[in-house]
Design a protein around this ligand. Sequence first.
Ligand code: ATP
Length: 235
Amino acid sequence: MNSAILTVEKLSKQFFLHEQQAAIPSCAEVDLQVFPKELTAIVGPTGCGKSSVLKCIYRTYLPGAGRILYQNEAGHTTDLAQASDHRVLELRLRDIGFVTQFLHCLPRKPALDVVSEPLLLRGENRETARDAAADLLRLLNVPERLWQVPPATFSGGEKQRINLARGLISQPRLLLLDEPTASLDPDTSERVIDLLTTIKAKGVGMLAVFHHPELVRRLADRVVELIPQKTLCHE
Ligand SMILES: Nc1ncnc2c1ncn2[C@@H]1O[C@H](COP(=O)(O)OP(=O)(O)OP(=O)(O)O)[C@@H](O)[C@H]1O
């Protein structure tokens, strides 16, 4: 039996709005596991904290409570809820990828460079990285005329393809996906589903937020359902 790449135990996060004297719970007591060659799907209604769970794991948000145990290839475990920023950046470089719904990148960088950058940061040579980026952009139906253009002005669907290509290029051990096909046309969605299936079979463990039940049915090996939390107002 494979051991889990990721084990999340009793993860909770809340935001304090000081002006309103309110605590907004974003997720509470979440337990889940991700295994190699498997996809765990997070489902639940709007606002129940699905994206927040991914952001706590990637440490965009600092978790409020709980443990986020990541096990690397050598079997060493890091609690991402407690790890130093330096350790988190190290893991982001080699082990953990995140495909968000939004693309954040330098305004003047061409799409091809945005996609190849993760491989360059891992020490790959420029030509190999650019070839791999071109292969992915082709696979994801990004027209070649856009490759040298910075993605800041791209449409939602084009940006999402760049995001996916950038997230998938270095094939991390653990891939976090936040609605990866939300802005894509049916043909590109199918390509993404095929690509995720292939990457999964190669050993990558995935944790994904999906709104569409069809995607859960086709891609998920495990499903975690979150329930909405109540906002607490302090008088
Ligand atoms: N940075 C933040 N500051 C304040 N509140 C936040 C922040 N991020 C998330 N929240 C709140 O946490 C709750 C959960 O948000 P989150 O985006 O995780 O939900 P979700 O289940 O992914 O929603 P959706 O399905 O609509 O994308 C919401 O009530 C949201 O307003």
